[in-house]
Structures are given as C-alpha cells and as structure tokens.
Design a protein around this ligand. Structure first.
Ligand code: C5P
Length: 313
C-alpha cells in the first residue's frame, strides 16, 4: 500500500503542541452522476490542493478541556459546529480518549462557502494533529472513515495532494501530476451553501467522462487540461448568484483557457501556463472591475504538489 502523505502539513511539532498548514483545493473537473437515496449526490471529481492555507495550532489541554479560538474573530462559527471541533470529538470518541483535553487556534485565510474546501481541510488537520499528539496508532482506513464522517471532502485532504474522488467525494484515488499548475482564484464577497447548489443541479442525460482531464494532468499538458476544465455545479451556482455570472465572464475573457467554478462555489478560478501569466490575468481582471461592483478577493496560487509549501496570500 502507498505510504500515507496527509495533505495537512506539519509546520512545527513538540510532544505537547503541533501546528499544521491546512491547504485549500480546486476542482478541475466535477461531474454529478446521480442522486442517492441518502440525499447526497454521486460524483466524479478531480481535486488539486493549492498553496493557500489556513493554520491550525493544537495543544494538549487539561482533562476534559475543549477550547477553540478563531482568527480573525467572526470569520467562521467557532464552537461545536466548526468542523475542527466535530473532528476532535469524533476522534476522541472512536479512540476511547473522551477525557483528553485539547486547545486549538484556527487562523482562517481561505474563505468559507467558497468551494475551496477550507473547513474540510481544517478538519483533516485536526485529525492528523490530534492523532500525533495523542500518539494514536490508527490505520489509514480508520482515519479516512473518520474524515468521511465529518465531511465528504475531508478524506481527500487526508489522502493526497491530487486526487480523483468518487462516491459522494470521499473515495479518493491518488493521481499523478507531471508539473506544478498555476491559477488565479477569484473569491466573490458572497458565499454559496453547498446544499443549495446541489439541490438545484440538473442531472446530465449522459455524464461527461473524466479520462481526458486525468490524462492531461498526468502528461502535464496544460493546454489540454485547460480545455477539459468542467464543473456540473457551475450552471446552478451562476443561476443562484447573478454576480458570479458577471465575474465568470470577465475572468474567462482575461484567462487563456476560460474560467471555472470550484466545488459548489462561490470561488471561480482560471488555469494559467505560468505564475507570471497568472499575475497578468489577475491584474487584467482587477483593472476591469467596475467601480460599483462588490469587491472580490483575487489570489494567485500554485498546486501544492510537489514542493508542498504554503505561502501567505
Ligand atoms: O458532506 P458534506 O457535509 O460536506 O456535504 C454538505 C452538503 O452538500 C450535503 O448535506 C448535501 O446537501 C450536499 N452534497 C451532496 N452530494 C455530495 C456532497 C455534498 O448533495 N456528494
């Protein structure tokens, strides 16, 4: 079996505290194959972790202690509803460590409700960090199952920096990527709730095949990859939020291979051939922003593999 290379990156470790970088992701391809009886949708999606990260610091607490601090304050719900809290509770429960106390500090950089997987990545970081601090000997399968119980995207962040994900997204097959990829990510000032976008999706009569996008990624053919970018959730997302349609049009005009929604949105991205091209596209997009349009956040990023480092954006 392949060695586990969890995407959350250890920034520092001691016997009582760890800090992890929790990267965001982009979906280069997302097809919805059908509705399931459990309310979820059957998916086929290609996910790539990017070098834009939240940071999660975890330390051992007093017996029974649960303390979560989020910064900037108010950026995300900071109680039991936060996915890092849910992940910690689940791990403590399944590992028989209910009395083990923890303290966490979550520095949010990646916007929420953006389709960038920020909350899921934070949860993966909590599982990996607490597993280390509590010296748990969990198998890969046990960790992945816990991730899936917290959210459909969590196993991707536990498994691979690049993954072909099926099921409801939680079945991850590691993919190879021939070269680093460069993107411009546009984060509108409005978020989209995942469940709303899925509820509005129209199922395709004939689903798109993802073999072209996987092959282009493996070969490192950026132009071919650019032509294969696709997201079935884009149409319902743009219908739910008209601002996205305007941003999509402008980004598509500024970028070499058009623009695509990530996950269930609201973030859009454009694939570029180099970092300098991405900077150029971002500048062009920003120049064309009408004065009366609500400001979007525009960030130039790179795929996380193979160097696996996160930078401040
Ligand atoms: O798994 P997660 O909690 O991230 O999913 C959030 C919501 O997104 C689900 O409650 C469901 O409405 C929708 N979803 C879906 N099909 C998927 C993944 C998510 O319908 N494969």
């Amino acid at each position: 079996p392949a060695e586990q290379r969890p995407a959350p990156l250890f920034v520092s470790t001691s016997s009582t505290a760890v800090a992890l970088a929790a990267p965001a992701k982009l979906n280069l391809f997302l097809e919805v194959l059908g509705r399931r009886r459990d309310g979820y949708h059957e998916l086929a999606t290609l996910m790539v972790a990017i070098d834009w990260c939240d940071t999660l610091e975890i330390s051992l607490g007093a017996e029974g202690e649960r303390y979560l601090e989020c910064e900037p304050a108010g950026s995300v719900p900071c109680g039991p509803e936060n996915l890092v809290w849910r992940a910690a509770e689940l791990l403590a429960d399944r590992a028989g460590r209910k009395a083990a106390g923890w303290r966490m500090r979550l520095s949010k950089r990646v916007p929420s409700q953006a389709g960038l997987g920020g909350g899921s990545s934070d949860a993966a970081a909590a599982l990996v960090g607490l597993q280390r601090l509590w010296k748990l000997a969990l198998t890969n399968e046990e960790l992945l199952a816990m991730g899936a119980a917290v959210g459909s995207d969590v196993p991707f962040f536990l498994a691979a920096p690049v993954g072909w994900c099926t099921g409801r997204g939680e079945v991850v097959a590691e993919e190879r990527m021939a070269c680093p990829l460069h993107f411009v990510v546009v984060c509108p000032p409005v978020g989209l709730a995942t469940s709303r976008v899925y509820a509005a999706v129209k199922l395709p009569a004939v689903p798109r095949d993802g073999s072209g996008v996987r092959e282009a990624l493996r070969r490192g053919e950026v132009s071919a990859l650019g032509e294969c970018l696709f997201n079935r959730l884009q149409e319902p997302a743009l219908e739910l939020e008209p601002l996205l349609g305007r941003l999509h049009r402008r980004l598509a005009q500024a970028a070499p291979f058009g623009a695509c929604l990530s996950g269930s949105g609201s973030a859009l991205f454009a694939l570029c051939r180099s970092r300098s091209e991405a900077v150029h596209v971002a500048e062009k997009f920003l120049r064309q922003q009408p004065a009366d349009e609500p400001r979007s956040r525009v960030v130039v990023v790179q795929s996380l593999a193979p160097d696996r480092t996160c930078k401040e954006k």
